[in-house]
Design a protein around this ligand. Sequence first.
Ligand code: ASP
Ligand code: CP
Length: 525
Amino acid sequence: MSGRKGPFKGRTVAVVDDLSLDEQRYLYRKARELKEELRSGGEGRAFRVDDRDYAAYLVFMEDSTRTKESFRNAAKFCGCRTDVFDTATSSFNKNESIVDTMKMLYGYSDESCYVIRSKLEGVCRALDDALGRYAELTGRAKPAFINAGDGKHEHPTQEFLDEFSFLEQLGWRDERIHLALTGDLYHGRTAHSKADGLRVFKEAKVDLVAPELLGMPEHYVDKMRDNGYEVTCFESLDEYLASGQVAPIWYFTRLQLERMGESVLEKSKLLREAVTFRKDMLGKLPEGTRFYHPLPRDRLSPTNPTFLDELPLNGWDGQSANGYWTRIVLIGMVSGLLGADFEGEPKAERRFEDDFVAEAAPERRVKPEYKVGIRPVEEGIVIDHVSSGQPIGEIWGHVDAIRRMLKLDVRGSHGVYHNNQGTYKGIISLPDVTSFGGRELKKLAAIAPGCTLNLIRGHQVAKKYRLSMPPRIYNFDEISCKNPSCVSHPSHLEGIAPEFTRKGESVFVCRYCEREHRYREIWDV
Ligand code: ASP
Ligand code: CP
């Protein structure tokens, strides 16, 4: 095992937010140091891992030029063992799972990082979980997984080079950015990563320019606003240029034809026109405007046409070259080489509290509580207030789901009754169940938040628990992510256990692809 012990060693970067803001700033500072050193004839020794036992594996299951080649060159510069995994002729074609494949590659080196591009969303998070457990089991160093673009989710390493390029243009001042983001904001993962990446600026004004069908998904717009950005939407470049409030930094994106459904694809010509720059627009730009683009540009119908190439507007060529510096630094960070001089807030792990199960004072019963159709229970449990106030059909559905998912196939009764507010609630009464553990309580909270559980002893409520919506739902056979591109979607048979975290009152976010679901949507029952 190497002596490298930097604080980022083995860190997975599945999304931009996997590095704290200070860690992102550190990456930009180091990349700037490296670029300046090499440009002034230095060798960048401090950035070279120089370890042939450290393997950087490039696993590209989707086409790439820049990301693959810049990582390949960056890994070479770092002096790592650099391997390009041939996904097209691999045993993926024999239905091997991605976790099994990575476990095998992991066995070939002491320490390693994997740069992965895939159509499936959330692959790096899933691998980090699985290989993290495997590393612990085998007592070996945890590998790092770097997302090189996953479906239409995120492209964090592109984001790092984009932000580096913006900062460079702004003379490394991070007070404010005014950016126009245009093109295919719906399918474009580089646009999505901006929702977190632009936080490196203290103030961000973002103009989203795209026709509705290519518009930024709502949850990314919400995230931008939650992050304090001022966001304005426009339907076309013409509408935007007429607004008189045009940004000096533009970020173009390609129409992601390979990800479009038929109905959008059919309209792509018209949609593209709305976001294609024309010669007559040149005069409407503020002085010193710079255009960026993650590239590739579609040579048949570019949104930033070639007449722009030799104008001072062209920021994209320098931008793509910046991928080399930022990726050398990222490899340096996750290999444990860099980071001893890091200062600031490290990425904090999200903690999940158990306070969704609250014990309440049991009231003494003066009369039998559960009567209409349900006999008073002498010993047992009563689950009360199930889906209180919801439509009767839904209450029945929840009552049924509780009995099935908690496997309460014992003697007892259940029903839908009036509550005190004049609406309805479900009650399940089970005289034969005399204990109900913490795990069952959590499960019950996940299935029917808002209900109460009463443990009855000698006709009295001995213990009472009020259950609210848990912060995380996992470990159930009856849940699944509804994004067909998610690595955990059942159709891919990758064996990744679904997991959701709560956002706000009742929105649940998939751990892997981050797709938002309404509470009921995550359940398959
Ligand atoms: N190359 C970038 C990506 O892979 C942008 C694009 O392909 O349009 O997301
Ligand atoms: N910008 C980018 O990711 O380019 P490639 O798709 O060519 O890697």
